[in-house]
Design a protein around this ligand. Sequence first.
Ligand SMILES: Nc1ncnc2c1ncn2[C@@H]1O[C@H](COP(=O)(O)OP(=O)(O)OP(=O)(O)O)[C@@H](O)[C@H]1O
Length: 631
Amino acid sequence: MGLGPRWLPSSSLGLRRRVRRRLGLGRRLASAVVVVEEVPPESRRVSQRLSLTAQPLAPTVSIRNTFRAFWPDTRGVRRLFVAGIVFAILAALCEVAAIGLFGYITDRVLSERDLGAFWAPAATWLGLAVLAGLVSFAGAYVTAAGAERFLLKLRDRVFGHVQTLTPDFFENRRLGDLMARLTDDIESIEELVGSGLVKVFTTVASVIFFAGAAFVIRWDLALVTFALVPAFLVVSKLFASRFRNAAARERTSNGIMNSVIEESLSNQSLVQAYNQQQTEARHLHREGRTWLRANLSQAWLSGLYGPSVQVLETICLIVILGFGAWEIAQGRLTLGGLLAFAAYLAYLYPAVQSLGELALTVSQAAAGSDRVLEVLSVRPAVVDRPTAAPVRGRSEGRIEFSRVGFTYPKRIRATLRELSFVIEPGELVVCTGPSGSGKSTLAKLLLRFYDPNTGGITLDGADLRDLTRSSLRDSITLLHQENLLFSGTIRDNITYGSPDADHAAVVRAAKLADVHDFIQTLPQKYDTPIGQRGRLMSGGQRQRLAIARAILRDAPVLVLDEPMTGLDVATAERVMEPLRRLMEGRTTLLITHDLRHVPEGVRRIELEPVRRSDRIRLRRHHFGVHAAGNC
Ligand SMILES: Nc1ncnc2c1ncn2[C@@H]1O[C@H](COP(=O)(O)OP(=O)(O)OP(=O)(O)O)[C@@H](O)[C@H]1O
């Protein structure tokens, strides 16, 4: 009858995303480990729900608190959402007017057989249809524009927060689950706080308009109609809580499945070398079945919801038609009036129904937002003190560890105890010791990924805790054990950390790192892509690229964590030369257990693993002493 498909803004958006979620596994990477000790106060009401894999679900957060947490992020896009609501209301008004015209045409033209009275209302109807089409389009567009911008802002905020967390956070979680939280789960928040809210307003407005128009035609008939509306809301409430639980399980298993995919794909050479393809496929299949069951629960609920509401709707229409026929027989209603009334109901009930559906959408979206809020509630293990000051000028590079003791969070045995040493400006000191003795831990403490439990570390006499972390890290270059590269070009990787460096500086660093000649042999030279994490390069080439990056950064302190790992003797020799150039004039802590390449006469710090007795003593003192010795 009317003006084409009714416009309900977020249903299409939400549906589109849900469909994408179901089909879009390919674009996602990797699982769900939920750390329960760092949760907001409200999550003390942690639900006891468990996923199908017996994995705890994210703590449930009330919708009001979800709004409180994310509403400020809608600043800047609220105007778009308001415009979306206004356009939707205009579209609904056009529909109301068009149905009124339909009733008029039935009574004045069809019943009285007066063709002359047809043209003017017909032209108006057409005009309304065009207008409704235009405002529907405008409404859908501005709502989508607001939704996507909100999403962008939200993702930036959550990603920004995640980047403030110390490496410990990432070491305790599976990457794929974090990725799912940063992509799909963030979209859920948009569906709740952005387009979801627009849909609530526009649907409520539609209900009011269609109900009002029906009331104007016959108030008593309308009252009978409205008396049946609560039945719709009761049904949707019955479904909503079950739906939220199913959605939470789906979100969690989605994270697990992403983790399996990410870990399997990123370790493909290991998987294939060990002939574990079938095992990995079975693993994914197992997790996929969990996901499937959670999705089927949702499909079962939403599938059952539609027919239940439809039966209710039919009952209502039959009751109304019966009453209407009686009113026509009494002469209190015209045929056109009854048809228009029925048409309003045909719009009113779906609007009421979509209000109910909204409860399901909200439940589903809330399950995703719980997972994002859980991440946002984690506080970084190390923060800047309010009084922290930046490193003054260029650091001289004098480092002092004084009686440092350190135990990793959630570990009983201390990693370092009473460790004291000094590295003078420009000095090279080698740190050796067996595996697990805490060598890399020194580097983490120096960069303040963690703070020592006892004692202190100073740079140029200033306690690291009194310096801002960004200025501290600007003063130190860490060359990791596994050279970390991004999948960009050679230039991108060398200039990482020094984005303003010009080409001449990049070439100079590459020459000093002894990698320039190799780069010249590549088809696109400095603009050659190096593959995922630099896998198109050999180990030695990757290491020399990392050295070039460190040279370009030019920090006064250098921490080299096993720079020769995985290199054969000849390659290690080749890497050592640029390393010596890099170390010149810089305070250097060289962590290695391979002393073959260490120059003569260099001071050595030897670590030994913490003894078991230290652990027993720690237990006995119950966290009284945190460190266990090894220097
Ligand atoms: N993030 C962490 N959380 C808990 N324990 C950790 C963490 N990182 C390291 N450890 C533990 O701390 C101890 C010291 O680790 P570290 O990596 O510093 O040793 P290392 O001397 O560098 O060893 P390697 O020579 O094998 O690299 C080990 O027992 C290790 O299991």
